[in-house]
Design a protein around this ligand. Structure first.
Ligand SMILES: [Zn+2]
Length: 282
């Protein structure tokens, strides 16, 4: 009889400790939820204010530099611009060997939003920093200058090449879209932070069409895609994206199955004004 009280006390102590732990977890989750709600409210408020005061300026800037944005109808432009402002607010922009300008984060964010326009998850969450370099740069052990690259540290872009290649839209060369394409697959398959479940799950269907085209290119076949696509499958993907947006009609005519697979994967067709296949939920 003497010993029976001790296990009861121990059980009671364990139960009260478990209750206390659950309470602590509950409070932490509640605080996290409240902070997130407040941050979102603050973001929405800030974006509404920016749209009220600067929408005409932003519309003019994006129409002048981004042909995809220019091709959207009024409603689509509003939606695109809101996404751009959310993207800008979610990133830190670091400028290397150059002075920052207000247009830089907007135009770079527009390249990401263009790629992810049909997806629900468009913030490429894993990447908190975008590095804007004044011109081409060398990186790692290679002597060849880079126009951009994506690593676990962030997204890097040469500003001179970014702007030139958007100015020459239509030739299938676009470092902004190219690096955002790498960033999108990194987020979905390497980092898993900011993953879009629809994109992630549909990629296997895209690859069923894309892999044979890639294998033929590796064996020496040529097509509408830049030969750089034969380097490896990651580069094939990024080159597909450049061509999909910049030479949509030619791509659709010459590689129709691959073009349709990209439309399905990204839930958009650049040849249409509305772009979406299905309206995204966010
Ligand atoms: Zn690449």
């Amino acid at each position: 009889m003497v010993g029976k009280g001790r296990p009861k006390t121990r059980i009671f102590t364990l139960m009260s400790s478990a209750t206390s732990n659950m309470l602590t977890i509950g409070i932490v989750l509640l605080v996290f939820f409240v902070i997130r709600r407040r941050r979102r409210w603050y973001q929405r408020n800030k974006i509404d204010q920016l749209l009220q005061t600067r929408q005409v300026d932003y519309d003019s800037l994006l129409s002048g530099y981004n042909p995809y944005y220019k091709s959207l109808a009024r409603e689509g432009r509003d939606r695109f611009l809101k996404r751009v402002l959310l993207f800008v607010q979610s990133k830190r922009f670091e400028y290397i060997h150059m002075e920052s300008q207000e247009s830089m984060p907007l135009l770079i964010s527009a390249a990401a939003v263009q790629l992810t326009y049909g997806l629900d998850h468009f913030l490429l969450d894993y990447f908190s920093t975008i590095y804007v370099v004044s011109n081409k740069y060398t990186y790692g052990l290679t002597a060849t200058p880079y126009e951009g690259h994506v690593s676990q540290d962030g997204i890097y872009l040469s500003w001179v090449d970014f702007t030139r290649e958007y100015a020459e839209y239509g030739d299938g060369q676009n470092v902004g879209l190219h690096e955002m394409a790498h960033a999108l697959t990194y987020v979905n398959f390497t980092a898993h932070e900011g993953r879009d479940p629809t994109f992630h799950d549909a990629f296997v269907h895209f690859s069923a069409v894309a892999r044979p085209v890639y294998e033929r290119m590796k064996a020496g076949d040529t097509n509408i895609l830049n030969s750089y696509a034969a380097t490896n499958y990651q580069e094939f993907w990024a080159v597909c994206i450049e061509t999909f947006f910049e030479r949509s009609a030619d791509f659709s005519n010459r590689l129709p199955e691959l073009y349709t697979a990209l439309c399905t994967l990204l839930n958009q067709d650049p040849l249409t004004t509305e772009k979406f296949l299905k309206v995204p939920t966010t």
